[in-house]
Design a protein around this ligand. Sequence first.
Ligand code: PLP
Length: 360
Amino acid sequence: MSERIYNFNAGPATLPLEVLSKAQSELLNYKNSGMSVMEISHRSKDYEEINNKAIGFFKELMGLDDSYKVMFMGGGASSQFALMPMNFLAADKTAAYIDTGAWSEKAINEAQKFGSIHLAGSSKEKNYRAIPNIDSLEIPDKAEYLHLTSNNTIFGSQWQSYPSTNLPLFCDMSSDILSRKLNYTDFSFIYAGSQKNLGPAGVTIVIAKNSLLEKCNSDIPLIFNYNTHARANSLYNTPPVFPIYMVMLVLEWIKDKGGLEAVEKENAAKKDCIYGLMDDNSDFYRGIVEKESRSWMNITMRLPSEDLESKFITEAKAAGFGGLKGHRSVGGVRVSLYNAMPLVGAEKLAEFMLGFKKRN
Ligand SMILES: *Cc1c(COP(=O)(O)O)cnc(C)c1O
């Protein structure tokens, strides 16, 4: 490949070209330090500035005040599946979970090791083709928290509005954080791995309300306690400096584009472009998820046969469109349209899809 492709990978995913270029220009000598960001001390002034800028950008973009803490942790979103119940659940207590796909299930399985789980809703019987109806949920009056997955990366479904509850609302936003405007203050606890919508793999963003942090279990190892990281401003141990620097640049790029309003507008146009093409050609491109639950970030579909699906993926790759193979548990084709995918990428893919249908 002599040129960059349109990369529709589900994660790790495409990054904004402007961000990659900026990182490239600063790579060998960061701000006249004579070193790259990968080589500077995490206790240096330069890193302190990166850390605080990234935290500030998150708060600004999400509309969070000082009643929230933003933390950078390791271990990916998967480690949060275990850390949440380790911090907030206990053998004699209950947490409520909603199961909308593979990642929700993994979170539930880890939580079961720490306390009782109340399943407040599930779309498992529908093979995760939809988000449960909000009115059908059975949310208990008493539980430590209610956990859900905002966007189901593998199946391609997404919550379009959230249940209202008195329980602290916990959300895995790994694959749709900062993709559109949202009342982030409706949530007490938000987490996301970086490698879908925020930057390269290597850091997990954890956002928690101060009032919630006061309730952390104190009998757990320090390194697993959220308060340790909150109090140390994410500098308790050596943080993944380079991924955090990249996330900071991505947030700056979002701000320069016009914030979440501008991002939402472009993301809406992108998903309309692909879903529109699918709906006009539903005899060939069959969406897997029910319309009301469709994800803006991950669009899943089947073609008339598995042979056509592999032919589609091969020919798309040759035409400069990568990462379109569906997850192994779902099959078919998956088009991931994270923030960094430009509208022109979706438009060119739609054009290719129409041509492929005509040829076949
Ligand atoms: C990718 C993903 C995860 C897992 O993230 P890791 O960083 O690999 O642990 C969890 N939840 C959702 C919704 C995801 O998309």
